[in-house]
Design a protein. Structure first.
Length: 111
C-alpha cells in the first residue's frame, strides 16, 4: 500500500468515527427530547391531580364549616327563641331556620 492509499483509509476511518459519534449524539438528543416530553406530560398530570385534590379539600372544608355554622346558629337561636315562640309551631320555626343562607350570616361569637 502506498502512502496515498493509507492516507485515504485513515480519512475514511476518521470520517466513519465522526459519523458514528454524530449518530450516537443525535440518538441521545432524541432520547432526551422524548424524556422531556414524558416529564412535561407527567407535570401536567400531577398538576391536574393536585388541583382536583385541592378542590375536594375545599369542598370538605366548606361542608364542615357549614355544619359548624349551622350548629352554632341553631344553638344561638334556640337560646334566644324560647321566650319569643309564644304559640309558633316547631315546624314553622324549623322552616324559618332552614331558610337562612348561613354563608351570608355573620355570627360573631366574640361579643
Amino acid at each position: 500500500m502506498g502512502d496515498s492509499e493509507t492516507l485515504a483509509a485513515l480519512k475514511r476511518a476518521y470520517a466513519d468515527t465522526i459519523l458514528n459519534t454524530t449518530k450516537e449524539a443525535a440518538a441521545r438528543v432524541l432520547s432526551s427530547e422524548k424524556k422531556t416530553r414524558m416529564y412535561q406530560q407527567e407535570i401536567v398530570t400531577v398538576r391536574d391531580e393536585a388541583v382536583n385534590t385541592l378542590l375536594r379539600l375545599k369542598k370538605m372544608y366548606d361542608s364542615k364549616l357549614l355544619a359548624i355554622l349551622s350548629s352554632v346558629f341553631v344553638t344561638l337561636l334556640s337560646i334566644m327563641l324560647p321566650p319569643a315562640t309564644n304559640g309558633i309551631p316547631a315546624s314553622k320555626i324549623l322552616e324559618i331556620l332552614t331558610s337562612f343562607d348561613l354563608y351570608g350570616v355573620d355570627i360573631n361569637l366574640c361579643n
